[in-house]
Design a protein around this ligand. Structure first.
Ligand code: SF4
Length: 114
């Protein structure tokens, strides 16, 4: 007999760098599987609704082709040439790029928060 698994609903917040900072309700089936993502019902801004990008979050995080480790581009942009790098190396590369951008253009070049 088939049984429908009922997810528990967890409160969360959107992780995107977006000024709306939406409150979310996330269906959780187990520690590694989410279901639908909705805007929080009890939040005046979201009122149960969320943007299309985040409403489809489960499809993205559980997609079989999702990147699971950092890749560093080795060829020209658009060439599709990448090599895997460690998380430590990836974080060092990003940190150094942020610092170069901040020194050359100011902190708003890294975090344009208003
Ligand atoms: S859910 Fe969409 S609109 Fe809301 S903060 Fe995230 S990206 Fe922005």
């Amino acid at each position: 007999m088939n049984q429908t698994v009922r997810p528990r609903i967890a409160a969360s917040a959107c992780p995107h760098d977006c000024p709306s900072t939406c409150a979310l309700e996330v269906e959780i089936f187990c520690e590694r599987t989410i279901g639908r993502v909705r805007g929080a019902e009890d939040n005046a801004y979201t009122a149960g609704v969320i943007c299309a990008k985040v409403a489809r979050y489960a499809e993205r995080v559980h997609h079989p082709d999702r990147l699971m480790r950092p890749l560093r581009r080795t060829g020209p942009k658009g060439s599709g040439q990448f090599v895997p790098v460690s998380w430590d190396d990836a974080l060092d590369i990003v940190t150094e790029a942020f610092m170069r951008a901040e020194q050359a253009h100011g902190s708003e070049a890294v975090w344009p928060y208003y």
